[in-house]
Design a protein around this ligand. Structure first.
Ligand SMILES: Nc1ncnc2c1ncn2[C@@H]1O[C@H](COP(=O)(O)OP(=O)(O)OP(=O)(O)O)[C@@H](O)[C@H]1O
Length: 249
């Protein structure tokens, strides 16, 4: 089993408040780990510290066999890409889609200038958008389409880990489904390794191979998806599952 990510004893404090408490987590290559837990349990903090957006107070993060230290190189930053609930967080509204994609491709030296257009069109096609979208601006797209563009931008730099923090939570249910289907397709086509955060167990069921449950800054259960949904181990996981509204029979 090859591990894409290892998190060891990771602790983050905001002042006197411990948001992450000695987290241990392994993420196998080419799998999707669904991270669930109630609001405030520390899911986004874990995502941000892995992505290098905040520094841990204690602990280690290894990407492959390489330890990621507080000050990351450009190459290390590139390897972990993040998608947020609000796609606008990663899309500059003043830039066309062409500019957004080419900036990422060139900054990280993924292709040279002569190949940027072809690669940008390929990326749009991967996320099921038309090539003519290149000359449009983010505001000309729907929320679901903007999320697809944010996904294309994240994929453009060929990350070894994609972190998706509630990427479908702001979308209508039907749009949400189509973005989840896209994740499914991309995972199969590109062998992605994904940390997918959601408070929605239906979404977690749709995307995950493994499920991790957070509560009050601690990981209380890590299990295969099938085990988690059928035979959760932790009392809190059972509470989460029993709180899911059921359709009347
Ligand atoms: N910059 C910050 N300064 C102080 N406290 C913070 C900061 N960011 C988060 N927190 C606190 O840390 C805890 C964990 O927050 P976090 O956003 O990681 O949880 P979450 O599980 O992602 O929640 P949600 O599902 O609501 O996004 C919360 O109690 C939050 O109020």
């Amino acid at each position: 089993m090859d591990l894409a990510l290892q998190v060891r004893d990771l602790t983050v404090r905001y002042g006197g408040f411990t948001a992450l408490d000695h987290i241990q987590l392994d993420l196998e290559q080419h799998t999707t780990l669904g991270l669930v837990g109630e609001s405030g349990s520390g899911k986004s903090t874990l995502a941000r510290v892995i992505a290098g957006l905040i520094a841990p107070d204690e602990g280690q993060i290894l990407l492959g066999s390489q330890e990621l230290r507080k000050k990351r190189s450009r190459e290390q930053h590139k390897k972990i890409q993040m998608i947020f609930q609000n796609p606008d967080a990663s899309l500059n509204p003043k830039h066309s889609i062409r500019q957004i994609l080419s900036e990422a491709l060139l900054f990280h030296r993924i292709v040279d200038r002569s190949q940027v257009e072809t690669r940008s069109k390929e990326l749009l096609s991967r996320v099921q958008l038309e090539a003519r979208s290149l000359d449009k601006y983010p505001h000309e797209f729907s929320g679901g389409q903007r999320q697809r563009i944010a996904i294309a931008r994240a994929l453009s730099v060929e990350p070894s880990l994609l972190i998706a923090d509630e990427p479908t939570s702001a979308l209508d249910v039907s749009v949400q489904r189509s973005v989840l289907e896209l994740f499914h397709t991309l995972k199969a086509e590109l062998n992605l390794t994904v940390l997918f955060i959601s408070h929605d167990l239906g979404v977690i069921h749709a995307v995950s191979d493994t499920v991790a449950v957070m509560r009050q800054g601690k990981l209380v259960e890590i299990n295969t998806k099938d085990q988690f949904f059928v035979r959760p181990e932790h009392e809190y996981s059972r509470e989460l599952l029993s709180a899911v509204p059921k359709m009347p029979q």
